[in-house]
Write a protein that binds this ligand. Structure first.
Ligand SMILES: Cc1cc2nc3c(=O)[nH]c(=O)nc-3n(C[C@H](O)[C@H](O)[C@H](O)COP(=O)(O)O)c2cc1C
Length: 233
């Protein structure tokens, strides 16, 4: 760990003192803590899968994001268990080649947390959480009736990135939205209706109710901004 302090540049906000880390010197746990504390808020996928016997599994993942819209790709970072074996989600995706991502609203928070309990394989977490399994349309995995939005995914690629986790990419082939969160004609999702929560560091979570719009400026708009002239002084 190294500390640095730097003075403010002309016409720019002060650059604060920093603490730096060479990731080569850190343990996996230390890297994890720095990343999950700073890359926030992370969206949460409550992922539903089925095992070979058709038993439903559900678990939350915040190493999760939308990485592409064409093709429509969602990514999950799924750790292995301490024992080295796959989590049920990873094993089920490998065997069934599909999964469904359910978006976690504030109302789904408690159910999501019950689904994170490390149950033995074969336990239906949706039943434990009192959530409703709705039949998938294009995939064998159910979607969660209480979720504000759900994306049925066909397995695309699994990236083996080390001996502790894999990254699973799924292509979205079907979507469900609760009727009050979507303007279907405009394909517009209402963020207030979705009421998604995000994962912070440690056991922290954040709501998404402090919402504002900030359109990206054109070069012309920025050039006409008084700040643009100040930057060039
Ligand atoms: C909000 C939240 C986010 C989580 N994110 C991840 C994650 O990104 N990757 C992971 O491997 N485990 C993550 N976990 C832990 C898994 O949900 C947990 O290990 C679960 O029991 C796995 O279930 P499974 O064996 O049924 O797949 C997260 C837990 C919570 C509560």
């Amino acid at each position: 760990m190294t500390s640095h302090a730097q003075g403010a540049g002309v016409n720019s906000p002060a650059v604060s003192p920093t603490v730096t880390f060479d990731f080569a010197d850190l343990s996996a746990r230390e890297r994890y803590k720095l990343l999950i504390g700073a890359v926030v808020p992370r969206p949460i996928a409550l992922v539903t899968t089925v095992d070979k016997a058709g038993i439903v599994n559900a678990a939350p993942f915040s190493f999760f994001n939308c990485l592409s819209a064409d093709p429509a790709i969602l990514a999950l970072g799924v750790e292995f268990r301490q024992s080295g074996g796959q989590k049920d989600t990873g094993r089920n995706v490998r065997e069934s080649l599909c999964f469904t991502v359910n978006i976690v609203s504030d109302a789904l928070m408690r159910g999501m947390n019950i689904c994170a309990v490390p149950f033995e394989p074969g336990v239906d977490e949706l039943a434990e959480a009192g959530l409703t399994a709705m039949p998938g349309v294009k995939v064998a995995c159910p979607w969660i009736g209480e979720a504000p939005a759900a994306f049925e995914c066909r397995h695309h690629t699994t990236l083996g990135i080390g001996n502790s986790r894999e990254i699973i990419l799924g292509e979205v082939i079907y979507a469900h939205f609760r009727a009050d969160v979507i303007d279907a004609a405009r394909h517009h999702v209402d963020p207030a209706g979705l009421d998604a929560i995000g994962r912070m560091g440690g056991h922290g979570y954040a709501r998404t109710r402090d919402h504002f719009d900030l359109p990206t400026m054109s070069v012309e708009t920025w050039s006409a901004d008084p700040d643009a002239a100040n930057r060039r002084m």
